[in-house]
Design a protein around this ligand. Structure first.
Ligand code: E4P
Length: 217
């Protein structure tokens, strides 16, 4: 499963990229607002750090303006992926951009039928929002499993990008459910390395090593 980081904070992207853990980046209007940065400037900066796909989301709701925004965003760098809302206009823009060879990420997916439409529109990625479904006492991971089954039934090439990931458990469950990608907040990516027994084991090894009085270097 590929790891995208879900942030517009450049320092976090640089840090995770240096660990060799990043396959791409996703942003959304809320994350851009949180960064306090100019949208196009921050996307250009991210694309300068990460060679994988970087999702940049259109802000408008109608097809014509979405297409104009997509044209503007896709000129920033060759790895920009145009993020589009899961609406009829968004799907029409998806089909048009796909036919032009531009990669797309259809976002705000909450139902398997929506994901079916996105695949039929030729989306490169579909983004089902796991955490926001869990917030409503639904099981967001069920949606990932349903989409996996539907896409496999018809050999759709659209990649399932598990989004709205909130915990390490979400990452594991998305991997078990067969998501192609998970977009994950920086803190959750780093938390995947944590285990109390790893810490305990290292503590013991350090004490025992010190007792030997040896040095490797
Ligand atoms: C996906 O592309 C979105 O940016 C993101 O995963 C939304 O997550 P949230 O529900 O935690 O805001």
């Amino acid at each position: 499963m590929k790891f995208f980081v879900d942030t517009a904070i450049i320092e976090d992207i640089v840090e995770l990229n240096d660990y060799g853990l990043l396959d791409g980046v996703t942003t959304n209007p809320s994350l851009i607002a949180k960064s306090g940065r100019d949208f196009k400037e921050v996307i250009a900066e991210i694309c300068g750090v990460v060679s994988g796909p970087v999702s940049a989301e259109v802000a408008s709701m109608d097809f014509d303006t979405m297409m104009a925004e997509a044209d503007c965003l896709s000129k920033i760098a060759s790895n920009v992926v145009i993020k589009l809302p899961l609406t009829l206009d968004g799907l029409k823009a998806c089909r048009t951009l796909t036919d032009k060879g531009i990669k797309t990420n259809v976002t705000l997916c909450f139902a398997a039928n929506q994901a079916l439409l996105a695949a039929k529109a030729g989306a490169t990625y579909i983004s089902p929002f796991v955490g926001r479904l869990d917030d409503l006492n639904l099981d967001g991971m069920d949606l990932i499993r349903e989409i996996r089954t539907i896409y496999d039934n018809y050999d759709f090439k659209t990649e399932i990008l598990a989004a709205s990931i909130r915990s390490a458990n979400h990452v594991k469950e998305a991997a078990l459910a067969g998501a192609d990608v998970a977009t994950i907040p920086p803190s959750v990516i780093k938390s995947l390395a944590n285990h109390a027994l790893t810490d305990k084991g290292l503590d013991q090894f350090s004490k025992d090593w010190a007792a030997t009085g040896q040095s490797i270097l």
